[in-house]
Design a protein around this ligand. Structure first.
Ligand SMILES: NC(=O)c1ccc[n+]([C@@H]2O[C@H](COP(=O)([O-])OP(=O)(O)OC[C@H]3O[C@@H](n4cnc5c(N)ncnc54)[C@H](OP(=O)(O)O)[C@@H]3O)[C@@H](O)[C@H]2O)c1
Length: 229
């Protein structure tokens, strides 16, 4: 068993999620930031790859005080658990994400001494020989009570999750901007799919100044409502 997995990502019209510097680029409009905050507040855990931590150093907290209070009233922690996928335990010891509960998923390649140090501020779990075994990690999260997992990037992690058929739903917010740059990260990096993955567009909505797309895998025959926890 694994949690319900949904990806949320903000993209330029040309599919880029940052520019060649790989530093955080403001893509979402204010309406979209609010929508993302609501999605965060609805999740049991939020997952990112180490590339995103190293580039953006995000806190991954629920920003709205009102939404945090609502979570507490529901008997939850203020913020969802943060899950970082980091085979070699490259995470900086002062990463912003450590401001609340973190599960750091490493592989057997991780340096033991660094793991011991990080273990003082986060739960470190090892799955996989080289890369993190994502399926095993999701099963572990399910056992820990995570039923709804939000994935916030980046493109390399999203690619692996799609390849392993571990994504139930994706929200892509397209802002009316073009970033360009052949080395700029995209919604789905890693190796190309052959044949291309077929997706199903569930809805398209004008949202703020951009467009919000909600998609699933085309072979997903269960309705989203049925699959949601
Ligand atoms: N616009 C947005 O909404 C948004 C959101 C998030 C990020 N971003 C941007 O995305 C970029 C970062 O994306 P990224 O692709 O470089 O990094 P990423 O997807 O955040 O992290 C990828 C890294 O995770 C580690 N990993 C471990 N096991 C893995 C597995 N099974 N599958 C995949 N990855 C695994 C790998 O590093 P190790 O081998 O060292 O473990 C891999 O390089 C930044 O530019 C950031 O600004 C944009």
């Amino acid at each position: 068993m694994r949690p319900y997995v949904f990806v949320n990502i903000a993209s330029s019209l040309d599919g880029k999620i940052s520019d060649e510097t790989r530093k955080q680029v403001r893509i979402s409009c204010k309406e979209d930031l609010r929508r993302v905050d609501e999605l965060r507040a609805s999740a049991d855990a939020i997952m990112v790859g180490i590339g995103t931590i190293l580039s953006d150093n995000p806190k991954l907290n629920v920003k709205s005080e009102e939404l945090r209070k609502k979570r507490i009233l529901e008997g939850k922690e203020e913020n969802p658990i943060k899950v970082v996928v980091d085979s070699r335990c490259r995470i900086p010891e002062n990463a912003e994400v450590f401001n609340s509960k973190v599960i750091l998923a490493v592989s057997k390649l991780a340096d033991k001494e660094k793991v011991e140090r990080i273990n003082k501020k986060a739960e470190v779990v090892a799955f996989g020989e080289e890369k993190v075994d994502l399926k095993a990690l999701l099963e572990y999260l399910y056992k820990k009570g995570v039923r709804k997992l939000m994935v916030e990037g980046g493109g390399t992690l999203i690619s692996s999750l799609l390849r392993e058929d571990l994504v139930d739903e994706m929200f892509i917010y397209y802002a009316p901007i073009i970033i360009g740059g052949e080395k700029s990260p995209t919604i789905c990096d890693g190796n190309s799919f052959n044949p291309a993955l077929r997706m199903k567009i569930v809805s398209v909505e004008r949202f703020g100044e951009g467009v919000l797309l909600r998609i699933t895998r085309s072979d997903s025959n269960m309705s989203i409502q049925n699959k949601k926890p």
